[in-house]
Design a protein around this ligand. Structure first.
Ligand code: SF4
Ligand code: SF4
Length: 67
């Protein structure tokens, strides 16, 4: 299955757009100022976060976190 969110922390600038857009509310900005997934298994793969990230820091991977 190819529908679980992955975040490239090297690219994320912590703008928070993905946090606001996620319909499942499973994204947050962590203590390092980077987007982080709280409940990855809850991701429905809608790709709103991926489509709107200005820094292309979000990808979709499989259940095991592989791209
Ligand atoms: S939209 Fe992209 S750059 Fe902004 S917080 Fe989310 S992952 Fe990081
Ligand atoms: S793909 Fe959709 S449900 Fe999954 S983290 Fe992104 S916005 Fe949230």
């Amino acid at each position: 299955m190819d529908n679980k969110v992955l975040i490239d922390r090297r690219l994320c600038k912590g703008c928070g757009i993905c946090v606001v857009l996620c319909p499942k509310k499973i994204l947050t900005i962590d203590e390092e100022g980077k987007a982080s997934v709280t409940e990855r298994q809850e991701c429905i793969g809608c790709r709103q976060c991926e489509f709107h990230c200005p820094d292309f820091a979000i990808l979709m991977g499989d259940e095991d976190g592989q791209i």
